[in-house]
Each structure stands twice: as structure tokens, then as C-alpha cells.
Design a protein around this ligand. Structure first.
Ligand code: MG
Length: 203
């Protein structure tokens, strides 16, 4: 399986990092070794002094497809969950300045903690979902899917022109504002509406 992630899909987050609001989706990948499941602890790697949390709504692809039209894209995911797109901001910043790719900053081991997944049928409107991240009991990021720049259907249609989507692939749909540094000892809790789906420790 693969993880496809969308950068800068919430305007307020693009602005907080002084990035332009994109007119086409910013896409990057993480390998399957980035997955961290079952609320296992995240061990802070030594190669970065500035790893940021990015809470994101995650789609789970339910069947194979390529060149999927936007009109049918909703048939390609049945479940949603939460994930954290851990980002070594110090490495990313250097690579951005040099025009280098982002993998070392984004795709390292365990850089993609994910929650259990929930049937999308449980939600009346996928474009009015509240989600948030609490660090040590304080809410630091709060998003609502009504603020997405590119819709789930558009993202699926767009990426499937380049990459065949397979059952079990995950799409990280972008983070709202409020990203920040994590430190060993922090406890991260992610909520989708009122349901706590993520709850794990930084070690
Ligand atoms: Mg992200």
C-alpha cells in the first residue's frame, strides 16, 4: 500500500508557513513503513530538532482505480479516519530553499500515525466534519472539512491520473492551521467530531 498526501489544502495553514495558496494540489508520498498504528508511541528520531504535528483527515481507498472522474470518485472510499503527517520542518525548510524533494522530511519511519477507520455512512455531511488535535490536553489544531481547498473527489480524480489507486491506500487530505513542534513526553490526542481516535505518546 501507499500513502498519498496533500500539502497546503487549507488556506490558513499555507499562510502560517508563508506558502502561497496553491492553484493545483501539492502531492507527496510516504511509504508503508511510515504507518504507525494502534496508538503506539512515536519515538522522536535524532535527525531533526523540529518535528511538527499535522493532524489530517484520512481517506481509505476501497477499490482499485485509475483516471477516476470526479463524478464517481466518492465510490472509491468507504471509510475515513485521522492521521498525523509528522514533518521534520527543519529538514523540509532546507530542502525547500534548495528546491530538493521532501522525502527525508516527510516519509521517515513512523511519520504517519493513523487511527482506526470509520464508515463514512456514519456522517451526514463529509464536508462539515470537525477534527482537532490536543497536545497535553490543550487544543492546538482545529479544522473543519468545509475549509478544504480541494475536495476529496477532486483529489482522488487528480492523483489517479498519475498513480493507480489500490484498495487500502491512504490519502492524507491536508492539515489546518496550528502546526507545531513535538517534544518527548508529549501526549497527542486526535478527535473526529467528539470521538477520540488517536491517543499516543511521543517518546
Ligand atoms: Mg500535511
Amino acid at each position: 500500500m501507499k500513502i498519498i498526501a496533500i500539502g497546503r489544502n487549507y488556506a490558513e495553514h499555507a499562510k502560517e508557513l508563508n506558502n502561497p495558496v496553491p492553484t493545483v494540489p501539492v502531492i507527496f508520498l510516504k511509504p508503508d513503513t511510515a504507518i504507525l498504528k494502534d496508538n503506539k508511541p512515536f519515538y522522536h528520531p535524532e535527525f531533526s530538532n523540529d518535528i511538527h504535528h499535522e493532524i489530517e483527515l484520512v481517506l481509505k481507498i476501497s477499490k482499485e482505480g485509475k483516471h477516476i472522474s470526479e463524478k464517481f470518485a466518492s465510490n472509491y472510499f468507504d471509510e475515513v479516519g485521522l492521521g498525523v503527517d509528522f514533518t521534520a520542518r527543519d529538514i523540509q525548510q532546507k530542502h525547500k530553499e534548495k528546491g530538493l524533494p521532501w522525502e527525508l522530511a516527510k516519509a521517515f519511519d513512523n511519520s504517519a500515525p493513523v487511527s482506526q477507520f470509520i464508515s463514512k455512512a456514519n456522517f451526514t455531511n463529509l464536508y462539515d466534519l470537525n477534527f482537532r488535535l490536543d497536545v497535553n490536553g490543550h487544543t492546538v489544531q482545529k479544522g473543519n472539512t468545509s475549509n478544504l481547498l480541494f475536495s476529496f473527489e477532486y483529489i482522488i480524480s487528480f492523483v489517479s491520473r498519475y498513480f493507480t489507486l489500490k484498495k487500502g491506500d491512504l490519502i492524507f487530505t491536508g492539515t489546518p492551521q496550528g502546526v507545531g513542534k513535538i517534544t518527548s513526553g508529549d501526549r497527542l490526542a486526535g478527535y473526529l467530531e467528539d470521538q477520540k481516535l488517536l491517543d499516543f505518546e511521543i517518546r
